[in-house]
Design a protein around this ligand. Sequence first.
Ligand SMILES: *Cc1c(COP(=O)(O)O)cnc(C)c1O
Length: 386
Amino acid sequence: MFNHRPVPLLDVSRSNSVIRDEVLEALAEVYDSGKFLYGPQVTSLEKSIAKLCNTKHAVGCASGSDAILLALMALDIEPGDEVICPSFTFFATASAVSRMGAKIVFADIDPRTYNIDPQQIAAKITSKTRAIIPVHLFGQAAQMNDICNLAGNRDIPVIEDAAQAIGAAYHGRPVCSWGTIGCISFYPTKNLGGFGDGGMLAVDNESLADRLRLLGGHGMRPRYHHQEIGINSRLDTFQAAALEVKAKRLDAYTAARQANAARYHHLFEESGLIKSGAIDLPYQDPAAFHVWNQYSLRVHDGRRDQLRSYLTENKVGSEIYYPIPLHEQVCYKNLGYQPEDLPQTHRAALEILHLPIFPELTEEEQVAVVSRISSFFQSARSRAVA
Ligand SMILES: *Cc1c(COP(=O)(O)O)cnc(C)c1O
């Protein structure tokens, strides 16, 4: 058995160390300017993100979670309204709906992509449906053509949760440009990861963009005149300045993630683990430009947790996104879902496992990850034979 250095699930210091001087210089500039909010760096980052998303406007805010909340506020979602979203996602997708007092309606996922299934959405649309929130999970776009057709035929706004998918596209069209409003997160683990919290809204419609900006600044315009009840949610100038340094490199980061995914594919094919039926590799929708925020394995025969412990023992980082679907969370008991009401979601939460995929991951590290996984299944097989 060979030895290897620990392989972390994520190591942000590898990319951050390379740009350290440039980031510190950008921060010093903000420091000296004294414009800590609404600085020019916020405006220029908004411009470059709008361009990336192919939307006319982008509006900075304090986090991806706030972006979703602000989107629902700008669409006037009210108590009694229904909002359809997946249960297989990070909590913030649904909690924003609860914060508005609206009713969450969970739709099941496509078992191949783990993204919300358009047919399941169709089955849950009622006369009270006021918004649909598809999530582009793990960096792969949901089936936006079908979702937007369903929604458009009924005049239902679509809010894209693109927290994990900046730079992704579907049929060549960037995420955030399909729906009514797109929500982006700069949380450090995201593909454009900042140095703390941050978020952005990408939107085509000018009056909607203006309303989002108003709502994120306490509905105040002009100073101390409150047009409506907003919240305090802005992107700091410090954060924007540092993010600009990284945004320039986003294409290279994305390409590195894609190369890592391709290398895993090759290594796993060689390992024979796929043929044996022990695991499934992540499925790539041919219409999707996948940006690989996460690399997910599906582990069969109830072996996921054993494999994860084995990897931990052998110093290979892994994670489960997400171990408890939202419809099975204690805080959502009141919604009345049984685990099996969303069978694909329930199953995915039991079988999925995520491996390191960050841009600076080395080939040597990937070889170590795959060989550790192979040795887990080999030792399990020899135990079964003995
Ligand atoms: C990270 C994430 C969010 C929330 O973003 P924050 O910036 O952490 O608030 C929302 N939805 C999904 C799917 C996410 O992964």
